[in-house]
Design a protein around this ligand. Structure first.
Ligand code: DCP
Length: 229
């Protein structure tokens, strides 16, 4: 009984890194980021910050996420401007625990989504450079530190299946080829280093079923909580 108690206590209490660290969880839409964060939110000493999707859905009454999906050419710029602001807000919030875990970052917004929207013609050159100027200014003047990126590498087909199952209203019409393009964008950034990675990257296979995903998380718990890849 003592052994079990010790194991449970160990699982519920974070290991202590020598300084406070921030872990960003990255991966495609539907890759399992929320499952990862929900799992680690049960550990004492970890603060979890979910992505502010609800804020994007209600900017003083405007659902910018829905607008972006309904007419990407018209709304991608406005939507990503607001995403960039909300991510900056999260990055610069005072950390309350030794370990912070956050869903995505200002980096994936720029290097995956904005790049993809520009390349696919949904954002004009002028819109793209304005967002890029803002992004560069933020990196030069604000503290947007990350110590580890956990990359949930999930195949676009699995993401597509999960998105269909969860039925988020705005995402009903997401086609597989959009997920394939976003998958390539994540790969280009986090595997092929097309853009700078602000921290070491730990890659986890996200294709498993739920119970196997928990085993993958537990197997990597030490590394993650110490901010190592
Ligand atoms: N989104 C976007 N541009 C960004 C960030 C997100 O267009 N810079 C969109 C894509 C999704 C929604 O916002 O429609 C939420 O996307 P995420 O992949 O960040 O979050 P999920 O909830 O899909 O993650 P998971 O299923 O992995 O938990």
């Amino acid at each position: 009984l003592d052994k079990v108690r010790r194991q449970v206590t160990w699982k519920m209490t974070a290991l202590h890194p020598s300084r406070s660290i921030t872990v960003a969880i990255e991966g495609n839409i539907g890759s399992g980021k929320t499952t990862f964060l929900d799992h680690f939110s049960k550990t004492k000493g970890i603060e979890v910050i979910q992505e502010p999707v609800d804020m994007w859905r209600n900017v003083r009454g405007h659902n910018t996420l829905a607008l972006m999906y309904s007419d990407p050419k018209r709304w991608s710029f406005a939507f990503q401007s607001y995403v960039q602001l909300t991510m900056l807000d999260i990055h610069t919030r005072k950390q309350k625990s030794l370990i912070r875990m956050m869903e995505r970052s200002i980096y994936s917004a720029k290097y995956c989504f904005v790049e993809n929207m520009h390349e696919s013609g949904n954002m004009t050159d002028a819109e793209y450079v304005v967002l890029t100027e803002w992004f560069d200014w933020i990196l030069a003047n604000q503290k947007v530190q990350i110590d580890l990126i956990v990359y949930l590498k999930t195949s676009p087909e699995v993401c597509h299946q999960r998105i269909k199952q969860r039925c988020r209203e705005e995402e009903k019409a997401i086609p597989l080829d959009y997920l394939q393009a976003l998958h390539s964008a994540h790969e280009d950034w986090l595997t092929h280093k097309k853009f700078p990675t602000p921290a070491p990257v730990l890659v986890l296979n996200g294709d498993h079923n739920l119970s196997d995903m928990y085993s993958v998380f537990e197997k990597n718990r030490h590394k993650i909580l110490l901010g190592q890849n």
